[in-house]
Design a protein around this ligand. Structure first.
Ligand code: HEM
Length: 392
């Protein structure tokens, strides 16, 4: 991934192996929640706001249908969550039901500009776009530094405790927004779209959700399902993996450079020498549409394929391939547990609280891929309340 400022690396653009390893070491405790015990409860606050926003402003009734872009609300959720857990900031997209600080708008402008410039080998910051977001992060980090960063238990505090400098923090925080907010909200949108276009799957998942609630395997509202409880629901997890298989949330090839000694790898059983300096990337689409891994119906959305308990060898290959959605090995996404937690909680709570349907089935969303990230618009749905007596 390209830098957000000329000459300055964040962890994802860092090509010096030693620095990359050191940074991972410094940042992993903040990402894993080890240094940040309030990560899940903070996320729950925003999942609850997400549900509240739909319930308070967008419910349809038998007498009046109200369409709204649930993809936009998922984006607000992801931006609010990253800001809260990463920057310790209450941004308020969900509270205000708008792109409050124009993060989404500015980020999209910045990425669209960079799409053109990176083709010529440049990066550029505009006064709006990424430049504006960078400025905001810098100010916010300075404010936090003045108010005694070491006192709180969040990611920023953890990064400082493990030796990141204030300038490092600016670029790591902006990376979190770019790498974490669009990807996670895209994943939520993809699950929603695939559920809404496959009624038997939708019904089966809602049955699993209702059964979990009836059996006390999920807390009663307004409490939010825990990450551990959501992880134990096999069909929910199968629906999420299958949606991300059919539509990976990010499609960049994330090239890695072969070291100066060169490297020999095995491809289809044959030994292949890779010369020093070669860039090796991967196509996440191709990996997830490989018939040898997923079978003949690889192009179809079928969550049941993840529940083939009897074929452990195939399942293991599928799971390994699924992991590549988040990169591989020592480069793997640091935010994977956070993303998985957020997607699972958001989908569970939507299914528990609302009956959703597509408002424009003939044209369910507008999609654009910019530098591997997806921008979606107009995922218009109707939401009917399922919870008797719930109040907005
Ligand atoms: C569905 C959601 C997400 C997907 C699909 C995803 C995917 C990826 C991928 C493919 C990589 C690149 C691995 C490589 O270089 O080979 C990556 C790296 C990274 N992601 Fe994510 N990501 C997601 C969510 C998040 C979130 C929520 C955060 C932050 C809270 C985050 C933070 C990072 C960071 C810091 C790296 C750099 C890791 C490194 O270079 O060591 N990601 N992600």
């Amino acid at each position: 991934m390209s830098r957000t400022q000329n000459g300055v690396d964040h962890i994802l653009s860092e090509m010096n192996e030693q620095i990359h390893v050191r940074k991972r070491h410094q940042m992993a405790p903040g990402y894993s929640g080890k240094d940040n015990p309030e990560l899940e409860s903070t996320m729950d606050v925003y999942i609850a706001k997400f549900v509240h926003l739909v319930r308070s402003r967008y419910l349809s009734t038998p007498y009046c249908a109200k369409s709204f872009d649930i993809g936009e609300k998922a984006q607000f959720l992801a931006v609010d969550v990253i800001n809260a857990i990463g920057l310790g900031e209450l941004l308020g997209d969900l509270d205000n039901d708008e792109d409050w600080f124009e993060y989404v708008k500015q980020m999209r402008i910045g990425l669209r500009i960079n799409r053109i410039l990176t083709s010529f080998g440049f990066t550029w910051r505009t006064p709006s776009g990424l430049g504006r977001v960078l400025r905001h992060c810098r100010v916010r980090i300075q404010e936090r530094a003045k108010s005694g960063l070491r006192e709180q238990s969040d990611m920023l505090t953890s990064f400082v405790r493990h030796g990141l400098t204030p300038e490092d923090l600016v670029h790591e925080v902006i990376l979190q927004l770019i790498a974490g907010a669009d990807t996670t909200s895209t994943a939520i949108r993809c699950v929603i779209l695939h559920l809404l276009t496959h009624p038997p799957v939708y019904k089966k998942l809602q049955d699993e959700v209702d059964a979990a609630v009836a059996a006390g395997k999920a807390p009663t509202p307004p409490r939010i399902i825990t990450a551990a409880e959501a992880k134990s629901l096999p069909y929910l997890q199968a629906c999420i993996k299958e949606s991300m298989r059919i539509h990976p949330p990010i499609t960049s090839t994330f090239p890695k450079r072969v070291p100066d000694s060169g490297n020999t790898v095995i491809v289809d059983g044959k030994s292949v020498f890779l010369p020093p300096g070669t860039n090796v990337g991967y196509s996440v689409y191709a990996l997830h549409r490989d018939r040898r891994t997923y079978g003949e119906d690889v192009d179809e959305f079928r969550p049941e394929c993840w529940l083939l308990g009897k074929d452990q060898a195939r399942l293991s290959a599928m799971n390994k391939t699924h992991d590549t959605t988040f990169g591989y090995g020592r480069y793997q996404c640091l935010g994977k547990p956070i993303a998985e937690m957020e997607i699972s909680k958001a989908i569970f709570e939507l299914m528990r609280n609302f009956d959703l349907s597509l408002a424009r089935p003939e044209n369910p969303w507008k999609q654009e891929n910019v530098l591997g990230l997806f921008f979606h618009e107009d995922l218009l749905v109707h939401a009917v309340d399922r919870v008797q007596g719930a109040t907005a």
